[in-house]
Design a protein around this ligand. Structure first.
Ligand SMILES: [Zn+2]
Length: 295
């Protein structure tokens, strides 16, 4: 029988990748991507182009993945960030579909742990009607992050185009009123799950360290936004609130992760974006964890 493509086959395959870390089950869920043209600082267009061509890519369709992480142990399900949701970009907002296809119902999510309050990280927790999309979840975030995005003085003086970041962060916080929990420094949120301060990209930006039975994963949030920052850690990103601090942290964590051969992942590494980094020339290179059929 001739093979014909039906409409179902035109829909992308489920976007999730699963692995175990000791007793914990980790699922990377794709929320989709956004295009990152002209968002880099401290690098010329030609230099970006040269790096992209070196990777057999073009800046025309340069995509930045948006990844979300589900960490499960026993009956607890922690979501780390929630993607862009249904706001602004038709190429994103796939978290809920992928979460379902990976066998989870939104009502089962115990908590959403936010790395920071940029919309591409918390857009999936609510909708434009102000409805909580994770009805039983607490929202964990640092106090520094909440203080910054709810400060009307800072908002008034923010650079052009930055206002919507404030508006959307405030909406997300309002939607979870009564469910917002502040991350205490140096204390675990749940057994083996700890926030790591990586202030710079935003004033309260954190990564999460996940540990179980001696195995460790660092989810570094927005330590990088564009992949070229692996090769060129000195390159900044336009949405960095403090580019200098963000760059300092990036170099520090890269050095540590390469030295210790630590398993790392991040929200904007090419999906599923789990692997290692190694020193390479002036910068680093990313070595992905290979796909495996058995957990
Ligand atoms: Zn981001």
């Amino acid at each position: 029988m001739p093979h014909t493509m039906n409409t179902t086959q035109k829909i992308q395959a489920p976007g999730f990748f699963r692995f175990t870390l000791g007793k914990k089950l980790i699922t990377v869920l794709s929320d989709g991507y956004f295009a990152s043209n002209d968002l880099l600082t401290n690098i010329s267009k030609d230099q970006v182009e040269a790096l992209l061509v070196g990777d057999i890519r073009s800046s025309e369709n340069y995509r930045v993945s948006i990844n979300v992480f589900l960490v499960e142990e026993g009956d607890k399900k922690y979501l780390i960030d929630a993607g862009l949701g249904s706001f602004f970009d038709a190429n994103a907002g796939h978290l809920h579909r992928n979460l379902k296809l990976a066998g989870n119902d939104p009502s089962e999510i115990t908590a959403v742990l936010a790395t920071h309050l940029h919309l591409d990280h918390i857009g999936g927790i609510f909708n434009s009607d102000g409805k909580r999309l994770f009805p039983n979840a607490d929202l964990w975030v640092t106090r520094q992050e909440v203080d910054f995005w709810t400060n009307t003085e800072i908002q008034k003086n923010a650079p052009e185009g930055a206002d919507s970041y404030f508006v959307m962060a405030q909406k997300a916080l309002q939607t979870y009123e009564g469910r917002v929990r502040f991350i205490e420094e140096n204390s675990e949120i749940a057994p083996g799950i700890k926030a790591i301060p990586l202030f710079g990209h935003t004033p309260g930006h954190v990564g999460y360290s996940i540990e179980s039975e001696g195995q460790k994963l660092l989810i570094w949030g927005d330590l990088i936004n564009a992949f070229v920052q692996i090769q060129r850690p000195d390159v900044g990103f336009l949405s960095d609130v403090n580019t200098q601090d963000a760059t300092k942290k990036r170099k520090q964590i890269f050095g540590m992760a390469a030295e210790s051969k630590m398993l790392i992942s991040g929200m904007h590494l090419p999906f599923p974006g789990v692997g290692f980094i190694q020193k390479s020339g002036e910068g680093y290179r990313f070595v992905p964890l290979l796909w495996h059929g058995n957990l």
